[in-house]
Design a protein around this ligand. Structure first.
Ligand SMILES: Nc1ncnc2c1ncn2[C@@H]1O[C@H](COP(=O)(O)OP(=O)(O)O)[C@@H](O)[C@H]1O
Ligand SMILES: [Mg+2]
Length: 259
């Protein structure tokens, strides 16, 4: 199912402020797309609009040609999942129960085998038996990823559209690499399609097929990493003094701060 995920000329306002300004984009199957931009650019707001948690003031978001608002919420939840910037259930649940919450669109009783399998691929098995609230921020992020993948689990693998808002913000180097390698290998297999907000431009460069750069609520640049991550562009949109070089072992740009 579900060929494309589209935003057509969407805008969103809060009072007098324009948070998202006439954004159009298309996400295709099997892609890993990184959404980047400085603080306050509107990345989280755009993600909420794309996932249907906010309704655009004008314009339309569609999945497989059908407006999000026309989807039954429960069916939509089987096809698109969201890992938010920091979601903390205000209750103390075992991690398996938090991961199992992802199965709600499919079943009343989460299948233990699915919970175990997503925990295995996300590297969460060492956290089994722990209480979610007692985990570190990074450990909670890993469990939230497992929950989002559980939500999309169907016939032995996650399928559909996964949106993540800064999923690596609390992760150490090993877990950043693990998460992005996992997303990349799942998208390569063609069943999972990913749009991820990333602060770290070098992670975006290493793993994204395509980068969208948001500034002041507008999409100001888009393309392959080497098209978007250029010294003048990054300096212009981030206001930082940077040098863009290349990764020592791969032909992708890497961004360095000038001291
Ligand atoms: N409900 C709101 N009311 C007013 N301003 C908001 C609201 N939500 C977000 N903003 C503002 O909109 C801008 C974009 O926010 P956000 O999408 O969270 O940016 P990002 O995720 O790129 O850092 C920020 O300046 C933020 O302060
Ligand atoms: Mg944000």
């Amino acid at each position: 199912m579900a060929e494309r995920y589209c935003a057509e000329n969407i805008s969103f306002y809060a009072g007098q402020r324009t948070l998202i300004d006439d954004v159009s984009l298309t996400l295709s199957q099997g892609e890993l797309v990184a959404l980047i931009g400085p603080n306050g650019a509107g990345k989280s707001t755009l993600l909420r609009l794309l996932t249907g948690y906010l309704k655009p003031a004008s314009g339309l978001c569609t999945l497989a040609g059908t407006p999000l608002a026309a989807w039954s919420p429960n069916i939509l939840a089987r096809y698109r999942a969201v890992m938010r910037q920091s979601t903390q259930p205000g209750f103390d649940w075992p991690v398996e129960a938090v991961v199992g919450m992802g199965r709600a669109p499919w079943t009343r009783v989460p299948e233990a085998s699915v919970v175990e399998e997503v925990m295995a691929i996300t590297g969460c098995l060492p956290l089994a038996g722990r209480q979610f609230a007692a985990l570190s921020g990074g450990e909670q992020q890993r469990i939230q990823l497992a929950r989002a993948l559980a939500q999309l689990w169907c016939d032995g693998t996650p399928r559909g559209w996964l949106f993540l808002d800064e999923p690596t913000s609390a992760l150490d180097l090993y877990h950043q690499q693990h998460l992005l390698r996992l997303l990349k290998s799942l998208t390569r297999r063609g069943h999972l399609h990913v749009c991820v907000v990333l602060h770290d431009l070098n992670l975006a460069s290493l793993w994204a097929d395509r980068i969208l750069l948001l500034h002041g609520g507008r999409l100001v640049s888009r393309g392959a990493p080497e098209d978007v991550l250029k010294t003048e562009e990054v300096a212009r949109w981030y206001g930082a003094q940077v040098l863009v070089g290349s990764h020592p072992a791969h032909p992708v740009p890497q961004v360095f701060l000038a001291p």
